[in-house]
Design a protein around this ligand. Structure first.
Ligand code: LLP
Length: 392
């Protein structure tokens, strides 16, 4: 269940955080929640969209984003995706990989041009789950700055007909909390921009700092203040003359939609193992939120019918046939009984987006609350939906 006001408010917070820090664009990372009903809120608020596939591009377009205000990412974009993006009139292609330079150039019509960013890897390690780190040397994403790859690719792009190098991009990872790493990122990109100008004569006009700002999943999580984040990442950029007036692109996903949804589950069964644990099993799990199983993400919960009450420690277990399908390993709940509703807040990012039909469970419905009205923005899946692509 998403709340429209929370999405709009999160967008306003991002905009406000960058106020006075020079030109900025906020580009919604569609992957966090590509639901049309949710993305449309951000399109109406005039965000850009950051997409990683032709599918996300088409969804963003349907949600109301203009393709010219979209950036296409991906370390393995196929020709089909590139062609589709060019045909749609994509604003920026984010080149990620040496071969992509020639492949993209070959797809551009004679006389045509496309604006590109170069994705680089700044070699900055961050404090988050290993799977959620992106900007290190040992990463599949981005041309490494330290090996000289980034500058080589910048030279190559600047010599390639049809490609207009106007920006550089890096993304450190996700669910991050350290301002200092963002400052290092800003500094790495500022220095690179200067080096690119020296090596190629090209002035970088857009500096994209990725997303990654963490949100509070549990009440006692420490998070980085959005203004502190904005100041940290922009300060080194504004201090470098080649990019002091560049547009900074910030690509939040989780920070825009994460806090806007509460996942609702029905309690189906309970099991007590004295001295070990009490399992409260619900009618969903890793199929609608893989994050606890995949990244050890820790959420909070309440019994919706008795939201103020507390109780002993229990585990909230999913219904999938997998021991790892535990939504919350430890949470204090007032002895939930079958039929009651468990609400898990801050479920809006990368839950529905990563949902699966494992065990042939159908995916849940999604409701959007907007101005006091509840609207179904995704109907519950049926068994027929699951089989629709199959033949016996
Ligand atoms: N920009 C780029 C280039 C990205 O790769 C990502 C996320 C973002 C922006 C948005 O990051 P955010 O602001 O949402 O942290 N499935 C994982 C998250 C994967 C994020 C991948 N890239 C999870 O559930 O935590």
């Amino acid at each position: 269940m998403y709340d429209a006001a929370t999405v709009r408010q999160a967008y306003r917070e991002q905009k406000a955080a960058f106020r006075g820090l020079g030109p900025v664009r906020i580009s919604y990372a569609m992957k966090a929640c590509p639901l049309l009903g949710v993305a449309a809120l951000l399109a109406s608020a005039r965000a850009d969209a950051s997409v990683v596939s032709l599918g996300e591009l088409l969804a963003a377009k349907r949600a109301g984003f203009a393709p010219s205000r979209m950036q296409l990412h991906g370390n393995a974009k196929t020709d089909e995706e590139l062609r589709g993006a060019l045909r749609a009139g994509i604003g920026r292609v984010v080149i990620d990989g040496a071969e992509e330079v020639d492949r993209l150039a070959a797809l551009i019509r004679r006389g045509g041009t496309v604006s590109v960013w170069l994705r680089v890897s700044p070699g900055i390690d961050v404090d988050t789950h290993t799977y959620l780190r992106t900007g290190t040397l040992d990463s599949k994403f981005g041309a490494s700055i330290s090996t000289g790859d980034a500058l080589d690719q910048a030279r190559r792009i600047s010599r390639t007909r049809g490609l207009r190098l106007i920006g550089i991009h890096a993304h450190l990872g996700t669910q991050l909390h350290e301002a200092e790493r963002y400052r290092e990122l800003g500094a790495a990109l500022a220095t690179l921009a200067r080096d690119v100008r020296e090596a190629t004569g090209v002035t970088v006009r857009e500096v994209a700092v990725g997303g990654g700002l963490g949100i509070r999943l549990r009440a006692d999580d420490r998070v980085l203040d959005v203004r502190a984040y904005a100041e940290a990442v922009t300060a080194p950029i504004r201090a470098e003359t080649t990019v002091e007036r560049a547009t900074v692109y910030c690509e939040p996903g989780r920070a825009l939609v994460g806090r806007a949804a509460v996942a609702l589950y029905r309690v189906v069964a309970t099991k007590r193992v004295p001295g070990v644990r009490t399992f409260v099993s619900v009618d969903g799990g890793m199929g609608d939120n893989i994050r606890p199983a995949l990244y050890d993400a820790r959420y909070d919960a309440v019994v919706a019918e008795r939201a103020g009450a507390t109780g002993g420690e229990v585990a909230v277990a999913g219904k999938y046939c997998e021991s790892g399908d535990i939504l919350i390993r430890e949470v204090r709940l007032p002895d939930p009984v079958p039929g009651e509703t468990i609400a898990i807040p801050a479920s809006g990012a990368y839950s529905v987006a990563m949902a699966s039909n494992y065990n042939h469970h159908t995916r849940p419905a999604v409701v959007l609350i907007d101005r006091g009205r509840a609207r179904l923005i995704r109907r519950r899946e049926s068994h027929a939906d699951i089989w629709r692509l199959e033949r016996r």
